[in-house]
Design a protein around this ligand. Structure first.
Ligand SMILES: C[S@@+](CC[C@H](N)C(=O)[O-])C[C@H]1O[C@@H](n2cnc3c(N)ncnc32)[C@H](O)[C@@H]1O
Length: 236
């Protein structure tokens, strides 16, 4: 689905690297699963988490057979936004992202210039296609710091980029990198970011033009995939 910072375009490239040494039966974990635009292309045992509780409720509801609405008017969009607690969390999350500009949480009602696109229906069809590949994924509402990850897992992190704005919650990148180093003592960890601490290695990169670059809307940045080896990890 369209989701702010979603990796729809680069998921296949990222996964070529992330999955290349996955061992049979190894658990694949995404602590920042967002719009599921990467995990929906992974097979086998999977654990997906996000700090956005309503978003996780949406994915669980979709797994249980919930079908989002075909159409949400701008008036309805504003009504649900103003009175979130009167509506099911799954519907709130679907409208807040799937019916919003660029998939940004309550980022403004999505409409195109000519006016003949139905973004709600596009998002509806996208999530209904995605959920077909997510049936055995365990979805958990959790902050990354509290997520229980079994040792020996393969972990792909796609956190809010350092300096990016517009997500539902604020994000502390420094704490995140410390947590990654601890985690990589007993797991294989990959991270999507523009920059990383010096002891992390770039294993894939691609120039991007994104509204999420730290420099601001439309500027170009280089999106990278990082990992860390035991020689470089000061936690060992
Ligand atoms: C870049 S998006 C992930 C996009 C996803 N990879 C995709 O392709 O659709 C980052 C996600 O991190 C989540 N997030 C932000 N702070 C978090 C935290 N402290 N713990 C866990 N998730 C968090 C946001 O809700 C958002 O869904």
């Amino acid at each position: 689905m369209r989701y702010m910072g979603g990796k729809h375009r680069n998921a296949k490239h990222i996964l070529q690297t992330v999955l290349k040494d996955r061992t049979p039966g190894q658990l694949y974990v995404e602590p920042f699963v967002g719009g599921c635009n990467v995990i929906d292309k992974v097979k086998g045992e999977r654990l997906a988490a996000d700090s956005n509780e309503k978003l996780i409720e949406m994915w669980k509801a979709l797994q249980a057979g919930w079908v989002p609405p075909l159409n949400v008017s701008e008036q309805m969009y504003q009504e649900i936004r103003t009175n979130e607690s009167d509506y099911e969390p799954a519907l709130v999350a679907f409208v807040a992202t799937g019916c919003s500009f660029a998939g940004k949480w309550w980022g403004g009602y999505a409409r195109d210039r000519i006016g003949n696109r139905n973004f709600c229906d596009e998002s509806r069809r996208a999530v209904l296609t995605q959920v077909q590949t997510l049936d055995n994924v365990k979805f958990v509402h959790s902050e990354f710091l509290n997520l229980e990850i079994p040792d020996g897992s393969l972990v792909y992190c796609d956190p809010p980029y350092n300096g990016a704005t517009g997500y539902k919650d604020e994000f502390d990148s420094r704490t995140f990198w410390d947590w990654c180093e601890q985690l990589s003592k007993n797991n294989t960890v990959y991270v999507s970011e523009y920059n990383a601490p010096a002891n992390w290695q770039t294993v894939w990169s691609k120039p991007v033009s994104s509204s999420l670059t730290p420099e601001g809307s439309g500027k170009r940045g280089v999106e990278k995939l990082f990992t860390i080896t035991s020689e470089n990890n000061q936690c060992f």
